[in-house]
Design a protein around this ligand. Sequence first.
Ligand code: PXG
Length: 487
Amino acid sequence: MSANENGAPLQALDTRHHLHPFTDFKQLGEQGSRIITGGSGVYIEDADGQRILDGMAGLWCVNLGYDQPELVAAASQQMTQLPYYNTFFKTAHPPAIELAAELCRLAPKHINHVFFTGSGSEANDSMLRMVRRFWALKGQPEKQWIIARENGYHGSTVAGMSLGGMAPMHAQGGPCVPGITHIRQPYWFAEGRETPELETRSRDDFGRLCAEALDTRIQELGPDNVAAFLAEPVQGAGGAIMPPDSYWPAIKAVLAKYDILLVVDEVICGFGRLGEWFGSQHYDLKPDLMPIAKGLSSGYLPIGGVLVGDRVAETLIEEGGEFFHGFTYSGHPVCAAVALKTLEIMQREDIVTRVRDDLGPYLARRWATLEDHPLVGEARSLGLMGALELVADKASGERFEASLAVGNLCRDICFETGLVMRSVGDTMIISPPLVITHEQIDALVSLALAALDETARQLATGGHGAAPSATSSSLLSQHSSSLTSES
Ligand code: PXG
């Protein structure tokens, strides 16, 4: 049960009428939700007035923190000027046009067009349709297959979940969109250390092995049937998984052998999270398409899109005819105005450089100290994204029994003590707002350390009530252990 006493009347209404995303409805009804009533800087506040350091930037999106008056003013001004108009039927409006131009100015040189959507899932749906249309226009309609990765996340629409590699989602939402297949993920801690095919215990050898899986799958399907490879630069929802250094160069070498598009899903890694405007720049990738969302508006209003490289855009435009696709809210003027202001603030405050040169390295140093904790088998971070692998045996890296739900236990302890740190199975993850300070990073690490100590204490005394359903009180990560339970 959450400590949300003042939220009780709202909790009751919530239980009676509100079906939450990625939630066991019955379980949440028994426990009640935590009602969040406010936010300021990197903190959120619940109905009891508890301030909680938001180590997840909402859901990987509130990059500028919770109190940016300029974003509010941009929304208000645009609401007054033109609250809505569409971008169908040969119409446009200043915010959508200006945002398109600004995004293309910030994107790598070979990207000069954007298609707007309302979310990251819609961005991936749009990407899928564009990729297949591109090959059809090129006279190669048989190029249909999209190769994505196990434990990748690309959204929750039917196409989004089909592109994602979350087995429990496939099982519930199927049948999936045909022509999508998944290869192994470059997740060293979970899969690399014990890979039987690997003769060495080298991360880089594992990275190359995972890239070979792409080559093998392309050959199995026939290169003439493969449209695109889709991946996140760093897997976010899968567990903040930074691939071995060898992985992306090896993937690039495979793709160079074939005429296949590269799609890099920037929904989480885009807009500064890894210390570059786009995660693909950190890994020196030149994607043909990049789905975007989340940090684009700092989460203040829903907006997403697909950045489309010249190769694809030129064909869609020149060979085109009508593209039968779009959303009522594609390029919504108020969302676009807020996104434009977000990009302006990020540039004015030099936030991306600060993440790369200052905040990211600072977090890396502080975060690494957690690896000394007896529960932590690995602490990793890149930019302002980090993960801790919780283990039963530090020497061997052996995991806890899944039934103990240690990740959920740790997450709930964090929430009670004033930190949002997500669990994905027994992997704890953070992705704080990009405006976090050194002092706040120190506070985050201290809270995480205290939570690890308390988790260890409860495990040792057996006082944590083991069953995951009995401990869960946070909305933010209820789904993740179920998402990844098969991986
Ligand atoms: N691609 C990526 C890489 C994402 O992380 C989406 C697409 C879909 O975006 P929308 O806006 O449709 O949700 C996402 C979303 C989690 C979690 O628990 C992650 C996301 C969404 C919900 C929960 O980590 N990512």
